[in-house]
Design a protein around this ligand. Sequence first.
Ligand SMILES: [Mn+2]
Length: 431
Amino acid sequence: MTQFIIDPTRVEHHNATQRATLQADYDALGGMLSRRGVDIEALTAHAQTFAVAVPSWGVGTGGTRFARFPGPGEPRDVTEKLEDCAIIHQLTRATPTVSLHFPWDKPTDPQALRQQADALGLGFDAVNSNTFQDQPGQAHSYKFGSLTSTSAAAREQAVAHNIDCIELGRVLGSKGLTVWVGDGANFPGQSNLRGALERYIDSAKGIYAALPADWLMYIEHKLFEPAFYCSVIADWGTSFAVAQQLGDKAKCLVDLGHHAPNANIEMIVARLAQFGKLGGFHFNDSKYGDDDLDSGSIDPFQLFLVFNELADATLRSPAFRPAYMLDQSHNVTDPIESLMSSAVEVQRAFVQAALVDRAALAGFQESNDALQAAQTLKKAFRTDVSPILAMARLRAGGAIDPVAAYRASGYRDAVAVKRPPKAEASGSGIV
Ligand SMILES: [Mn+2]
């Protein structure tokens, strides 16, 4: 029996006020889609298969390199983070798993944390290691790198931390480890470019060797920051080469914000999928760099094009199932509201991609009809699938309008009293 943080009768009351309007919109959209030969019920069933993991670090207010402005009622530890994540899933029915970050989320009792998650109807997606900052009492500093450090002792310490993350993840029921390192250089000549990558691969092999048989290791690349001259794992090419060196259980993770501005991310997705190395995503949006803005808030068309490639890849190999995770930082919004909206935006792209008339598109591509090929994509992208998403939520026990239902619940005001602020919330992550 799932323990709901928000009283389900409140959600039912919210839905009752909106049900008739939704049904009318749903029927109208169903009629329009039917004239296009599309069954709305199949799309709604498809929407209900969608799931994206919530980042534990996303439920606290984020920050920038300059400052952090805490919000009321922020979770103070991992158990409170799980409560907030449970609301996101309760209302959206699209976020059944949580991605933890160690040591930020290191539980004193991992079994108890797993039981809490079970009770809340949550599971754990990939766990994230952290060797981009030093922890109190740490023997060897990562100031000049972790997995690629010139210090063998620092490298060994970083490898050991990743293996600890795997062990902790096993107890929690996770099946993957995401590795992102900030290693790189701030000056030309500071680091031997080839030597640093050789050290990375050597360290990564040590982590890979500790992976359970049914786990994946996700290698997350990032163009720059905190290293501003060069990052060791800067791009998908490097990530791909490393994943190839390590073996079948190593895959590439694409964080949408970790590329040069205007990079053709959907093409990167297509390439990695073609060669069997696309492991998963960190969804977010950006205008300039690794902005970690809400998914779909800046360039929803790009998000749609990414899912268009994923839909194509899934048709080619139905077993293809990359891991979907959000990775965002919320500075000016209620994190719960941002994460609910973002999950819905990613789900929207997932459903819009399913609306693409693939036979027509293939025909236009074959006949080199560029204009009609582009219009075929646009037709799917321009279709407002909101009633499908809302109906999928309603049928799964979620809220027709998650943000409205959340605001009506008074949850934030309640936790603002229950959770007095502490000096610095743990894990205001910006990875
Ligand atoms: Mn990320």
